[in-house]
Design a protein. Structure first.
Lengths: 117, 112
């Protein structure tokens, strides 16, 4: 149980393109989803917390207009990287949590490798 | 504030060796603690968790005990396999669940 599906797994696109990444909780409802960015050989950096039906909460230093997050339903959150540039190339990972308490683990998608040429 | 300090890697072990990856934390209140594993090119998978002091999480031969007195949650396995080669992350969740704090990750390579 608690499966999170992330799509696509790998994207290569030209500079200036906007890219949408989907994160779905397949067998549970997730009121809260999280978006992370991971650089090679580094830990995860939380970008934003996405709450169903409300605006996302962005971490300091993350550009809201660059990384658009939509959490329209209890099973789907999307991250759109607008006008992507080579410096946006990274591994993006989403996660979802069952319930709203700290003793519940986050369940992660398999990540999306984004390469901007 | 809350934070997680994790043993730096990389760690290289021979098959069947004993594994310990150290993790200590700083937290206010009563956090929950987790170990995640990340295989190359994949997302993170929950390995085990402990939600209160003296709890022992275990899975796939891995164990970790929530030690409040030493603020530690060290990961151990008695006999590692080549398939255990991955990056291991220690994580802490505050009581509200609004924040997850990850360690820097420890890369483990097990050689035959």
């Amino acid at each position: 149980g608690a499966v999170v599906s992330q799509h696509p797994s790998w994207v290569i696109c030209k500079s200036g393109t906007s890219v949408k990444i989907e994160c779905r909780s397949l067998d549970f409802q997730a009121t809260t989803m999280f978006w992370y960015r991971q650089f090679p050989k580094q830990s995860l950096m939380l970008m934003a917390t996405s709450n169903e039906g409300s605006k996302a909460t962005y971490e300091q230093g993350v550009e809201k207009d660059k990384f658009l997050i939509n959490h329209a339903s209890l099973t789907l959150s999307t991250l759109t990287v607008t006008s992507a540039h080579p410096e946006d190339s990274s591994f993006y990972i989403c996660s979802a949590r069952v319930g709203g308490y700290g003793n519940q683990p986050q369940h992660f998608g398999d990540g999306t490798r984004l390469s901007i040429l | 504030g809350n934070s997680v300090t994790q043993m730096e890697g990389p760690v290289t072990l021979s098959e069947e060796a004993f594994l310990t990856i150290n993790c200590t934390y700083t937290a206010t209140g009563y956090p929950s603690l987790f170990w995640y594993v990340q295989y190359p090119g994949e997302g993170l998978q929950l390995l085990l968790k402990a939600t209160k002091a003296d709890d022992k999480g275990s899975n796939k031969g891995f164990e970790a005990t929530y030690r409040k007195e030493t603020t530690s949650f060290h990961l151990e396995k008695g006999s590692v396999q080549v398939s255990d080669s991955a990056v291991y992350f220690c994580a802490l969740s505050d009581r509200t669940g609004n924040q997850f704090y990850f360690g820097t990750g420890t890369s483990l390579t097990v050689i035959p």
